[in-house]
Design a protein around this ligand. Structure first.
Ligand code: NAD
Length: 294
């Protein structure tokens, strides 16, 4: 993959400015990662509090870098000024590449992507950070699907090295090249994968989550499962991972996977993930999911 990525990126240059649509866990993380690699970022959301949270999370990460002696205060300030928060689509007009990272709902993404396309130039690349929704399905909302692909980061963005670059049926080679090149500029390891629900990583991860929720339905204690998986050597167990991803995001993604692979991904509506979602316990972002957070 690295060899292919090198070949592709020989001809294109990664942009110095990007747009990020959605300032949540992922949008905020992508904005921070871009800024810390010298890329100017316009970060747009529909809510001021989401923008404020995205900025404060970036500031927190920069403060950690200062504490560890990896960054000076003026350098951190310079990084922060790379991120321009915005509530308007117009601010994205001049960005050569926009990454959509709004909620994992196909209808919301389709509306957002269609609106975005009326704002950006015809040359701009549009990428989606969707976890599971097929690129071809979202591409149907666009007039120019050749400029569209998946750019799937993992959480937390600043720590996870992999980025899946997903090629839809109509995605052009140039679009893939630009996105691969951006992923490399952001210090990530891109893998180019073909389109399908869940792409590569979530085809592996969601059956694991399903096995976990099934065990809990069978009576296992989620804390015990987490402890065992950590003992096995994973950085966190499935319950903590679901709390980190966001119970709402995982729930929507699980729906897509179950609908797409009904023979493999049964969807028992009484499972613990659905119960937490229905109760509005969305994990770390709301302070309560499987676990309680301060
Ligand atoms: P989140 O709930 O933390 O943030 C979503 C943000 O989108 C919110 O700030 C919300 O205000 C904003 N938003 C909603 N509608 C909008 C609109 N019309 N225009 C602009 N902003 C809008 O969610 P997240 O975890 O950051 O997930 C975002 C995307 O990234 C999803 O597609 C998700 O599947 C994907 N993803 C999530 C993870 C993860 O671990 N959380 C990992 C990889 C990919």
């Amino acid at each position: 993959v690295k060899k292919v990525a090198r070949q592709i990126t020989k001809e294109v240059r990664a942009p110095n400015q990007i747009g990020v649509l959605g300032a949540g866990i992922m949008g905020g993380g992508i904005a921070y990662q871009g800024a810390s690699k010298g890329v100017r970022v316009v970060m747009k959301d529909i809510r001021q509090d989401a923008l404020d949270l995205g900025l404060s999370e970036a500031q927190k990460l920069l403060n950690q870098q200062i504490e560890r002696g990896r960054l000076t205060a003026p350098e951190a300030l310079a990084t922060m000024t790379q991120i321009q928060p915005s509530l308007s689509y117009e601010s994205l007009a001049d960005t050569p590449l926009v990454i959509e990272a709004v909620v994992e709902k196909a209808e919301v993404k389709a509306a957002v992507l269609a609106e975005l396309e009326t704002i950006v130039s015809s040359e701009s690349v549009i990428a989606t950070n969707t976890s599971t929704i097929p690129i071809d399905q979202l591409a149907a909302a666009l007039q120019h699907p050749e400029r569209f692909c998946g750019m799937h980061f993992f959480n937390p963005v600043q720590r996870m090295p992999l980025v899946e670059v997903i090629r839809g049926t109509k995605t052009s080679a140039e679009t893939i090249a630009k996105v691969v090149s951006l992923a490399q500029k952001l210090g990530k390891t891109p893998i180019v994968v073909n389109d399908c629900p869940g792409f590569f990583v979530n085809r592996v991860l969601f059956p694991y989550f399903q096995a976990f929720t099934q065990l809990v339905s069978d009576g296992a204690d989620f804390r015990h499962i987490d402890k065992v998986m950590k003992g096995y050597g994973w950085p966190m167990g499935p319950a903590e991972l679901l709390d980190t991803v966001g119970i709402d995001t995982a729930y929507h993604a699980a729906q897509t996977m179950a609908a797409s692979f009904p023979d493999r991904m049964s969807h028992d509506k009484t499972n613990v993930l659905d119960q937490l979602f229905m109760a509005g316990l969305f994990g770390k972002k709301t302070g309560h999911g499987f676990y309680q957070y301060q």
